[in-house]
Design a protein around this ligand. Structure first.
Ligand code: FEO
Length: 399
């Protein structure tokens, strides 16, 4: 069998048949140096259900994989856990082959699908709107749906296969990595990848994550396997990723400082390095992160577990240097909670960047722990000493 289209059995009659996107390097701005996957699942029982599809460019690969198991025209149900294009844009191709299939989605899911696919005949599709607790019998097996509003879109839901205790969690618990293996017990530690994914996709929705975990407990759902729609499947100790989500959503941090900056002629960088040295002198973990030499999605992952950050920018046209402004716009949207910050930077003929950074950080929800530090032109020895002392104070704040 063609290895590219070889399904992987999760349980008897339950298959992964997604697509490994080895060349994915940018997922709508999220850096993916290790590629990614779009996971689709097929359950073959008295009735046949397809759970989620893949990016439209890979529709042909998905259909080839389905054909290795069944005739795709026999699909009875398509479960659309989430409308975003990476999971739904092959739906039109599936519905052309299996026009009788019923599509299951939440109320918002149906509305989103009908908006996206109006031009390709979604008015003709047979929809069933589901909510938390709705069930679908496949014969010997039963699917239960769990709405996960704002995890991470209003339409999102999870699908739970009761008899096999498999949770199809769509975006939640995913990671952007491409690997020839499908299960977590076959690969090394992927928790860093899961953290990067959480920080960049789910960080704004911590309270919804905690409410979701409570809901799963309330529903009495027992989970033997978590099968997300990106990355590896959590087969061994699936509680580990749920526990990690609870830690991240609760805002747990470790003593760590990040010095995040950009520089034009080196003055702000000199300040950044002296702040770094001040933190290091207190034996607190610290990273120096230049905004044009590091992927922003990796910096966001570092912020997830850092209680304090220092953000530096030179002044350009009375405001922030534009890479700093762009990064803070991204950070603000992710709404990190319970974190502290301080600003620093250099200017030539007129300042403005430090105030602008402080304003932006405040509106992003950071507590500004002291007025920002700024220097004119090039920092002298006294000013560098002030930077070192600032580093010592923020190290103390991180403990
Ligand atoms: Fe993987 Fe929200 O899409």
């Amino acid at each position: 069998m063609d290895e590219n289209h070889k399904p992987v059995e999760l349980a008897k009659g339950v298959y992964w048949l997604g697509v490994i996107d080895w060349n994915l390097r940018d997922f709508h701005g999220f850096a993916t140096p290790g590629g990614g996957t779009y996971n689709s699942y097929l359950i073959v029982d008295d009735k046949i259900a397809l759970i989620d599809t893949v990016k439209a460019q890979f529709a042909g690969e998905l259909i080839k994989s389905i054909k290795t198991l069944i005739d795709p025209s026999k699909i009875d149900y398509v479960i659309e856990n989430h409308v975003e294009m990476d999971h739904s844009s092959s739906l039109p191709a599936i519905m052309r082959i299996a026009p009788q299939a019923r599509v299951f989605a939440t109320k918002h899911g149906k509305a989103g699908i009908c908006n996206y696919y109006k031009a390709v005949g979604c008015d003709e599709w047979d929809f069933e709107v589901v909510e938390t607790g709705s069930e679908l019998s496949l014969g010997n097996r039963t699917l239960m749906f769990i709405e996960t509003i704002m995890l991470h879109w209003p339409d999102s839901m999870h699908t739970y296969l009761k008899e096999d205790r498999i949770l199809f969690s769509n975006d939640a618990f995913g990671q952007h990595i491409a690997t020839s293996h499908r299960f977590n017990d076959k690969v090394g530690d992927v928790m860093d990848d899961a953290a990067t994914y959480y920080a960049n996709i789910l960080m704004p929705f911590g309270s919804q994550v905690l409410a979701y975990v409570d809901k799963v407990k309330e529903l009495g759902i027992e989970i033997d396997m978590i099968a997300p729609s990106h990355g590896i499947i959590w087969r061994q100790n699936p509680e580990q990723i749920i526990n990690a989500y609870v830690r991240w959503a609760s805002g747990e941090t470790v003593p760590k400082v990040l010095v995040i900056y950009d520089t034009m002629w080196g003055s702000t960088e000199r300040m950044a390095k002296e702040i770094l040295h001040g933190v290091m002198s207190k034996d607190v973990d610290v990273k120096l992160l230049n905004l044009r030499k590091n992927d922003w999605s990796m910096i966001i992952k570092e912020i997830l577990e850092a209680p304090v950050i220092a953000v530096g920018s030179p002044t350009v046209n009375n405001g922030m240097f534009f890479p700093v402004g762009g990064f803070l716009t991204y950070l603000k949207g992710l709404r990190p909670k319970g974190k502290k910050a301080v600003a620093f930077g250099s200017f030539g003929w007129g300042g403005g960047a430090v105030k602008a950074v402080e304003k932006e950080m405040e509106s992003a929800g950071f507590e500004i722990i002291e007025p920002g530090l700024q220097v004119k032109f090039r920092p002298d020895e006294d000013e560098l000493e002030s930077c070192r002392k600032l580093g010592i104070r923020i190290a103390d704040a991180a403990k």
